[in-house]
Write a protein that binds this ligand. Structure first.
Ligand code: HEC
Ligand code: HEC
Length: 147
């Protein structure tokens, strides 16, 4: 009986260690593996801040750009953030490059009183929606133009 208890304790400890090991392994696997525009060394915190700002700027949730598989019997979907299957994710990459180019090649080079103009971001155009207004006809309260 005594020996059995000892054995049980030892095996519990071992299981615990294996569990911790696999947790650590899993955590390492969570590092981004498919960044093509952002720096590959970006911290998890900075990446999440950027992703939240994308979502807010476009008025969407993560699944607008990322693949989420519903698992039967599970409350939470299984995310595959590295997947490029959604075309919106690739459009977002082009938008990131476009935004950076506008800032560095144009706004940053326009000298006002001293510094360049303020930088633009996703929200500058998107203002909380996926499709920015691209025609004055779509303005919500278009004032009558007097000629
Ligand atoms: C408007 C599109 C868009 C939205 C919304 C968005 N993402 Fe992303 N996400 C991207 C793009 C684009 C990349 C890849 C960036 C690159 O290639 O440098 C990315 C990459 C990632 C990665 C790294 C994946 C890997 O292994 O390479 C994670 C994690 C991630 N996003 C999480 C999130 C989370 C969490 C949310 C919601 C809070 C979110 N994203 C919302 C576009 C989006
Ligand atoms: C200079 C203005 C501008 C900026 C800045 C901008 N976008 Fe866009 N974005 C547009 C326009 C215009 C469209 C096309 C709208 C349309 O006609 O469907 C678009 C479309 C998109 C789409 C595709 C929407 C769809 O219906 O398929 C995504 C995704 C997107 N932008 C993400 C982003 C992200 C992420 C950023 C910031 C990194 C960003 N955009 C910055 C102007 C901009």
């Amino acid at each position: 009986m005594r020996i059995n208890k000892k054995l049980l304790l030892v095996s519990l400890l071992c299981t615990g260690m294996i569990f911790l090991q696999s947790f650590k392994q899993k955590h390492d696997d969570d590092k981004p593996i498919n960044l093509k525009v952002l720096s590959k060394d970006i911290s998890e915190k900075d990446l999440h801040t950027i992703m939240k700002s994308f979502s807010m700027s476009l008025g969407v949730r993560c699944n607008y750009c990322h693949v989420a598989k519903e698992i039967p019997g599970q409350n939470h979907p299984q995310w595959d953030f590295a997947s490029d299957d959604k075309k919106e994710k690739n459009t977002a990459r082009e938008m990131m490059k476009m935004t950076m180019a506008i800032n560095s090649d144009y706004l940053g080079k326009i000298k006002t009183m001293g510094d360049g103009l303020e930088e633009i971001r996703c929200v500058t155009c998107h203002m909380g929606r996926t499709t920015p207004i691209i025609s004055v006809d779509s303005l919500p309260h278009l004032p009558r133009q007097e000629h």
